[in-house]
Design a protein around this ligand. Structure first.
Ligand code: ADP
Length: 232
């Protein structure tokens, strides 16, 4: 068990997070987020009519979530064509957001959410989810709560919050993406690889819930800062 993390953080300390809403004029809602080295832009368009029509659900709206990494966002140039990972993240993150958005208010419609990763160092899916719910709120889309996400897990014998890429690559690494609605603590995303004991799992979930409440405060501050700026 090592006593210090490679970047000097405490075991349950998040990397610095910065969230700026309303950064893209053309979009209905948007957000820019930095989470440690991770940097991303989210743009929301809609709700609008679902086309082609046969994809529409007459009972509720749909979220079309598109996660893409820029070729320059990883150490070796990434092929800009979406790979399996982009498609998987788009699916699970879109589903997580669908638990918060009041989709029954938009039958037959779609909300497009585009995430472009500009720079990355592990934890981009949870950062994207966190930023997307700010962008959806910025677009005025009705939601029962924000969605707040963090990664927790294990590296070098310790249960830790917000793994960086170096920690994700540790021999005993467990990387667990976690997202919840912070009001009800309803879990809307839980993905993990690696092995944890039951005690370690419980500890990781407890940290994830605490850290989500911390991240939620930053989301709310970001949204409030927008309305404060509008008033001034
Ligand atoms: P997450 O970003 O949600 O943690 P992964 O665990 O799949 O998702 O990826 C961990 C990290 O690995 C990413 O944040 C990124 O820095 C890096 N990565 C992902 N895809 C590639 C790639 N094609 N080439 C190099 N690095 C990548």
């Amino acid at each position: 068990m090592v006593k210090k993390r490679v970047d000097g953080r405490e075991m349950n300390e998040l990397r610095p997070i910065k969230i700026v809403p309303s950064v893209i004029e053309r979009a209905d809602g948007s957000a820019y987020l930095e989470w440690g080295q991770n940097k991303m832009i989210v743009a929301v368009y809609g709700p609008k009519e679902m086309l082609p029509k046969h994809l529409a659900d007459s009972q509720r709206g749909k979220i079309n979530f598109i996660y893409r990494m820029a070729p320059f966002s990883v150490p070796e140039r990434k092929n800009p064509k979406p790979g399996r990972r982009d498609i998987e993240i788009s699916k699970v993150v879109g589903e997580a957001l669908s638990h918060a958005v009041l989709l029954e208010e938009f039958p037959g419609m779609v909300i497009d959410v585009y995430v472009q990763i500009l720079d990355s160092n592990a934890g981009t899916r949870v950062a994207a989810l966190t930023a997307s719910s700010v962008a959806l709120a910025d677009a005025g889309i009705p939601m029962k709560d924000l969605v707040t996400a963090v990664a927790v897990g294990k590296a070098n014998g310790n249960i830790i919050a917000d793994l960086n890429k170096y920690e994700e690559d540790a021999e005993d690494a467990v990387d667990m993406a976690f997202a919840m609605l912070p009001g009800s603590e309803e879990i809307v995303l839980l993905q993990a690889d690696g092995i944890l004991s039951e005690d370690e799992f419980d500890k990781a979930i407890k940290i994830a819930k605490e850290k989500c409440q911390e991240v939620k405060k930053l989301q709310i501050e970001a949204l409030k800062s927008k309305f404060k700026a509008l008033k001034e």
